[in-house]
Design a protein around this ligand. Structure first.
Ligand code: WT7
Length: 658
């Protein structure tokens, strides 16, 4: 079994037997009822046809699923649609153009923008016309590197509207990460901004793009949104202000209908090997499932609900549950630019109070941070508008679930723990709030139309009460179609472990009732604050530093971030024996190579690394060392007990890694 499943023990005790039934009113008026499970079980494809009927199609599909050449799926074959039209125009045409699509909240207080569906139609049409003027056409990749501002949503939808393929790069990623993505996709246009507001001050984005441009010779235009007004370097041949190019465009743009399988976007994510994977999502299936799941799992009533997902748009959660799902459903959303503690630690709860947010979606790491700050903080605000709380990104420990439900949800709101991945495109395992009881720490069961199993090494389903690996046994509409330009890696990574089934890379257990508990990754992927990082990618970054001879990276349990990056390095002789300076230098180096989120919490300089006889690093042992609470801030491995521990481990010949 997983060598990481022990992470789930993180303050797990004392809550196993709690169970919350759906509130009666919610059960009565729920968008999706128990019968959906039975209907989907009887005829899965008919179920997904019905979900797709919630969208507006140019031409209806002929065949719901083509699975003749697995693992390459085609959904709603022969159908045509426009994702932006579905997210915007059809709501305007239906008479709800005056409904607010986005209540945008900037980090500086009193910074607000209210964008109705009619406004969004104008803005997206203008941006679409601007992209066309810049020579962007159907199928062309566009890189987007922006903070949490409305132009991010507008840019994505403008791409979708003209059939261009967006790739949003999280603003926390480095210039080098940007280079890899731009060059792999061959993007010729990049959309960025001077910066955004973070932690009470303007932070810059354009310098990272400028730096990247030295290594991206084919980029012809960098479109720059002015958000903060800070000074930027300017290249007259390449850089254009958004307001110069977009503002004067016509608000008329006729959306074209694209094939259901037309590429919508590529989102890069870390895998268990060094190179990030470009996950390809296409139009029809992705939109159908992200919209359906958002409507079902949040029981969305678009006329009355106010929905807020606190994720960054640079991650898949933002794509599916800030942009495509909610907008396709005609929802009113809040979008917030900044951090939860600026200018004070009650900022999120103040926003919920101001906009009467009824549906809130965040990550366990944020909940644990708020727990640390204390329940007195949310208690100062009126949170009575909330009806459903969601969690995503990592296992939610029962204690955090209970705290969230009690202190944010006033002990009335169901908590939906939603399991999914960049690859799945949309939620896969989650309670339905009007149907499924909630158990703290459990994502409960696969959504209607989704087939998940927990299996052992041989692929046999494990009995209730046991653990194993999570697999998805049937294709689903929002599934990734391939890895950009690498069908072989797509097959190897996900479909070879259990032929015919999708291997999620997660450990899971079924409790005595058969409900599912997701336990975290079973591969070399870490989950830090709900963000996916690859141990090998960070190891490669460390080794690329001239002073490092060898490195090993592990995800150590962390009370707030779930896991934290801890690195062990062997220095080259000429680097001397380490010390705090080199540790800082290496941390900065990783931040530069990958991004700040990958910067190790701790780096230990060691004389050797424990390895198995076959030369594999014994990560489990290193994780034990990294999790040793007594170590405090010691970053250099001079502590002999630690060394002893490593040495003892090295002399043992049997390990699970072998
Ligand atoms: C990995 C996917 C889904 C969008 C955000 C992360 C972990 C995600 C849960 C959950 C336990 C979860 C898994 C998964 N994960 N949600 N509710 N319970 N684990 O997307 O970056 O692609 O990461 O996040 O380990 O494989 P991602």
């Amino acid at each position: 079994m997983s060598d990481q499943s022990s992470e789930q023990t993180l303050s797990n005790l004392g809550h196993e037997d709690r169970r919350f039934e759906p509130p009666e009113d919610l059960a009565r008026d729920a968008n999706v009822k128990e019968e959906a499970y039975e209907r989907a079980a009887k005829d899965r494809l008919a179920f997904w046809e019905e979900a797709a009927e919630r969208l507006t199609w140019g031409k209806r599909w002929d065949t719901v699923l083509d699975w003749d050449d697995p693992p390459f799926a085609k959904w709603y074959v022969g159908g045509t649609l426009n994702a932006a039209y579905n997210c915007i125009d059809r709501h305007v045409e239906a008479g709800t153009g005056d409904r607010v699509a986005i209540h945008w909240v900037g980090e500086p207080e009193d910074d607000r923008r209210t964008i109705t569906y009619a406004d969004l139609k104008d803005e997206v049409s203008k941006a679409a016309n601007a992209l066309i003027e810049l020579g962007v056409g159907k199928g062309d990749p566009v890189a987007i590197y922006l903070p949490m501002i409305p132009e991010t949503v507008i840019s994505m939808l403008a791409c979708a509207r003209i059939g261009a393929v967006h790739t949003v790069v999280f603003g926390g990623f480095s210039s080098d990460a940007l280079v890899t993505r731009i060059n792999e996709l061959d993007a010729r246009v990049v959309i960025t901004s001077d910066g955004g507001y973070r932690r009470g001050a303007p932070s810059a984005l354009k310098p990272a793009v400028d730096e990247a441009m030295a290594k991206c010779p084919d980029v012809r235009t960098v479109l720059v949104v002015r958000r903060t007004g800070q000074d930027v370097d300017w290249n007259d041949d390449r850089d254009r202000w958004w307001h110069d190019v977009v503002d004067g465009q016509s608000t008329e743009h006729e959306p074209e209908q694209f094939d259901s399988e037309h590429p919508l976007y590529v989102m890069y994510t870390s895998g268990s090997t060094g190179k990030p994977k470009g996950i390809l999502h296409t139009t029809g299936g992705y939109l159908a499932q992200s919209a359906w799941s958002h409507w079902a799992v949040f029981d969305l009533k678009p006329e009355t609900d106010v929905y807020w997902c606190s994720a960054d748009i640079g991650w898949v959660t933002g794509h599916s549950y800030i942009v495509y799902g909610p907008l396709a459903n005609g929802a009113t959303s809040v979008m917030y630019e900044g951090t939860p503690d600026t200018p004070h630690k009650g900022r999120w709860w103040e926003i919920i109070q101001e906009f009467k947010v009824s549906l809130f979606y965040t990550a366990p790491t944020a909940i644990r941070t708020c727990m640390k700050w204390g329940k007195e903080i949310p208690a100062e605000f009126d949170l009575s508008s909330l009806r459903i709380l969601g969690s995503v990104g990592e296992p939610i420990n029962p204690e955090a679930y209970i705290w969230y439900r009690e202190n944010i949800g006033g002990n009335r709101t169901p908590v939906v723990d939603t399991w999914w991945q960049t690859e799945t495109g949309a939620m896969m395992i989650s309670p339905l709030p009007g149907v499924t009881a909630g158990k703290p720490g459990s994502a409960m069961r696969a959504l209607p139309g989704i087939s998940a199993l927990v299996v052992d090494e041989q692929g046999e389903e494990v009995p209730d009460g046991s653990g194993g690996y999570l697999v998805l046994t049937e294709p689903w509409p929002a599934m990734l179609r391939t890895l950009w330009g690498d069908d072989e890696r797509f097959k190897d990574t996900y479909w070879s472990r259990y032929p015919g089934w999708y291997f999620a890379g997660d450990g899971a257990k079924k409790d005595e009732d058969g409900d599912l508990w997701l336990l975290g990754r079973v591969d070399d992927v870490m989950n830090v604050s709900g963000h996916r990082l690859s141990t090998t990618e960070i190891e490669s970054a460390l080794i690329s530093h001239p002073k490092v001879a060898e490195s090993a990276v592990v995800g150590a349990t962390d009370d707030t971030t779930g896991q934290a990056v801890v690195a062990f390095v062997i220095l080259r002789e000429e680097a001397g024996d380490g010390g705090q300076e080199i540790v800082e230098e290496l941390r900065t180096h990783v931040a530069k190579e990958i991004g700040k989120i990958a910067r190790p919490r701790q780096i230990m300089v060691v004389p050797e690394l424990p390895k198995t006889r076959s030369g594999k690093i014994m990560r489990r042992l290193l994780r034990d060392v990294a999790e040793n609470r007594d170590m405090g801030d010691v970053t250099t491995l001079t502590d002999s007990t630690v060394m002893d521990k490593i040495k003892t481990g090295m002399s043992g010949s049997k390990t699970d890694d072998e």
